[in-house]
Design a binder for this molecule. Structure first.
Ligand code: ZN
Length: 153
């Protein structure tokens, strides 16, 4: 099994911003040489997330409106008693998730037709990163032709 690790860096213009990163991850997978395996995509900051969903502007706005209802910015959060002002960003990140695993088949991301990977920034305007760890075989993997039958490991 091969592993390959790389990082994506972000400095968003806005405090909250969702950025599609599918192509960047696909490029890392290609560089890794892994033909069959998985890629772990993990936000390395506790106020940013990674999620998989539709690349549709309306839905992205829907997510942001929904998150604002669940964890509004500017409330008197206990976390702010420490001098911080980003409790809502911590909460929003936890709702959206901090990492995803995406499958690799035939040397490429094996996502569903509408699946896209996003970086969700909730406390940006500073340098932050996402870790991408690719794991798998550099030889061709086998596809299960047995429709749900288990293969011996
Ligand atoms: Zn904080």
């Amino acid at each position: 099994m091969q592993t390959f690790t790389d990082y994506l860096w972000f400095t968003t213009k806005k405090r909250q911003e969702f950025i599609r990163i599918t192509d960047e991850i696909a490029a890392i997978v290609k560089r890794s040489g892994v033909q069959d395996g998985i890629a772990l995509v993990s936000a390395m900051h506790i106020t940013a997330g990674v999620y998989v969903n539709d690349w549709e502007d309306g839905l992205i706005e829907d997510f942001q409106v929904w998150l604002e209802k669940l964890a509004p910015a500017g409330l008197a959060y206990r976390h702010h008693q420490t001098g911080e002002d980003n409790a809502d960003a911590h909460l929003k990140r936890t709702i959206m998730g901090h990492q995803v695993i995406v499958p690799i088949t035939g040397g490429a991301l094996d996502l569903g037709p509408w699946e896209q990977v996003f970086y969700a920034e909730f406390d940006g305007q500073r340098k932050k990163r996402v870790m991408v760890k690719v794991m798998g075989e550099t030889g061709k993997g086998k596809r299960d032709k047995g429709k749900g039958k288990r293969e011996k490991a």
